[in-house]
Design a protein around this ligand. Structure first.
Ligand code: G16
Length: 553
């Protein structure tokens, strides 16, 4: 780095000093805090993104969002060249950078890192960063902080892509790096075109769901997703979608609405009630990277039948498996090896879903919470389907498998019609479902077309298996980082004795399962419990929450 570069960093970072006593950490999905203390963090992430862009010689994304968190929070996520989350080996640097106490120490850290990573500064393609934000009021100022961070690296270009869903920004980064058209309009066109293609491939006589109102009502969490879905909807005349709780409405972001609320509390979001009984409903989260479905029961307090991420995964798995079986019927495709289709879940996956998927003969893998872990594991397969129970997930297709499908779909046209259609369907799914990150908008379209393909109502879908009763709780503790877990978060290794106490409690319950882990997005320890009855799951969760409090309170 030359002297001009160094003085530029010193000068701009002096405008973004860290508030006294603030220490931030890179969590499950980047940095998240109360928005009022975040500008120095976001500014520094801007620098990091520009360095990452120079290192990879690719376009990088910075998304200002705190997703499912409350409206006064905000956060920042980085999209790597593939469109996925920032490579994990850069996370420690992100932590150090965000916490460097003074501009001089920040500069020293950057200088050392640039040398260690051999980040090229001269005679190379300049850094290029796409910036996006959700609808939070703090977003505009934080985006400006990110822009100033990016442009403190000489020659770096920051493009403000405006208000977007998180998955749209990840999609754009991926598209730009693949050299394909990457505007928001291109995103909508790719989704709507591949959706139409799948609709055209629905078997005749199957296009009406059995005994089901065809309308879908979507809760937009008062966030960015509702308005974007309305734009997408205009391109898709075949779908009957009503959006409620969109950002144009009066409600507060994620307050009594949204996928996180619906999935954790298992109740209808604001604006939904017994009048909606029997209608297929879905809920997005604040930045539209999560999706759950539900149907409201006729009782007056509007309880719901929840169709969570595990069931979306199961629906996708059934459909993909069916297409693979059509392909496998052809003699010349027998050279599939069995590991092509992989399923990825976390410990939050309902035990009944894991049993169901294994019963289908599928390979189920467990990773820690966080899309970054699930996505990485899914990339080991030709088709990797990953979902968290909270509704965050997608289907990844390997490049080689796509190429293989393209060749086969051409060859097959003279042979088996079913195999040809199956190849075309899989190709369309690979274009519809976001290959960069979980995306509620593409998820809605894929669920809708698969339900039509199967001729299934939401009730038929929900009957794939019956969830074991479960309960999730949050416990406020003095220092959540004192909980350390292992084995994909199923075992507590610190503080000593806590796991033994959890085991003793869990053993009292039929089909009991329980684990605890520190959240990476909120200042809490999360408790998850499962048992044969709701009462037992609630009691187990409450007892273990008390144990957490005793050990850490
Ligand atoms: C983020 C991550 C998800 C994770 C969720 C909760 O979601 O992307 O993978 O499941 O946080 O994480 P934790 O339990 O550590 O708080 P989002 O939708 O908030 O970005």
């Amino acid at each position: 780095m030359n002297e001009l570069q160094k003085s530029l960093i010193l000068e701009s970072s002096s405008r973004f000093l860290i508030p006294q006593g603030v220490k931030v950490s890179y969590g499950t999905a980047g940095f998240r805090e109360d928005a009022s203390i975040l500008s120095s963090t976001v500014y520094r992430v801007g620098i990091l993104a520009a360095l990452r862009s120079l290192k990879t010689q690719s376009v990088i994304g910075v998304m200002i969002t705190a997703s499912h968190n409350k409206v006064s929070d905000n956060g920042v996520k980085i999209a790597d060249p593939s469109g996925g989350m920032l490579s994990q080996d850069w996370e420690p640097f992100a932590d150090e950078l965000a916490n460097a106490p003074s501009p001089q120490q920040l500069l020293q850290l950057i200088t050392e890192f640039v040398e260690k990573e051999r980040i090229p500064f001269d005679g190379v393609r300049p850094a290029e960063i796409l910036l996006g934000r959700d609808t939070r009021p703090s977003g505009e100022a934080l985006l400006e902080a990110a822009r100033q961070g990016v442009t403190s690296i000489v020659g770096a270009v920051a493009s403000d892509m405006g208000i977007l869903t998180t998955p749209q920004l990840h999609w754009m980064v991926r598209a730009r790096n693949k050299g394909i058209k990457a505007s928001e309009q291109d995103y909508f066109e790719q989704l709507s075109n591949s959706f139409r293609c799948l609709m055209d491939l629905i078997p005749t006589g199957q296009s009406k769901c059995d005994g089901m109102n065809d309308k879908l009502v979507v809760d937009g969490a008062n966030g960015v997703g509702g308005a974007k879905l309305q734009i997408l909807h205009k391109l898709l005349s075949v779908l009957d979608i009503e959006v409620r709780n969109s950002s144009q409405d009066e409600g507060v972001l994620n307050d009594g609405v949204g996928a996180d609320y619906v999935q954790k509390e298992k109740v209808a979001p604001r604006g939904f009630g017994s009048k909606d009984a029997g209608i297929r409903c879905a809920s997005l989260d604040g930045d539209a990277d999560r999706l759950v479905y539900f149907s409201v029961l006729p009782e007056s307090n509007a309880p719901i039948d929840l169709v969570d991420g595990d069931k979306i995964l199961s629906l996708f798995a059934v459909f993909i498996r069916e297409q693979l079986s059509f392909l496998n019927e052809k003699e010349d495709i027998k050279n599939f090896d069995k590991s092509r289709l992989g399923i990825i879940q976390t410990a939050y996956a309902n035990g009944a879903s894991t049993n169901y998927l294994k019963h289908l003969g599928l390979e189920v893998n467990l990773t820690p919470t966080g899309v970054k872990y699930l996505h990485e594991k899914a990339a080991d397969f030709d088709i990797g389907i990953y979902f968290e129970a909270n509704g965050h997930g997608t289907i990844l297709f390997s490049e080689t498998f796509i190429e293989w499908l393209e060749v086969r779909s051409n060859k097959l046209s003279s042979g088996s019609k079913e195999a040809e259609k199956a190849a075309l369907r899989l190709l369309a799914v690979s274009k519809l479902i976001n290959q960069a990150v979980g995306d509620a908008l593409s998820g809605v379209l894929l669920v809708e077309v698969i339900l039509k393909h199967m001729g299934w109502s939401i009730h038929r879908w929900n009957e794939l298996y019956h969830d074991l009763p479960s309960r999730q709780l949050k416990v406020k503790v003095a220092d959540r980082t004192s909980v350390v877990t292992a084995n994909a978060e199923t075992v507590v290794v610190r503080p000593p004795g806590l796991q033994e106490a959890i085991n003793a409690e869990t053993a009292k319950y039929t089909q009991g399962r329980c684990f605890v882990r520190p959240s990476g997005t909120e200042d809490v320890v999360r408790v998850y419990a499962e048992a044969s009855t709701q009462e037992a799951a609630d009691t187990l969760a409450n007892c273990v929450a008390k144990l957490v409090d005793q050990f850490l309170g």
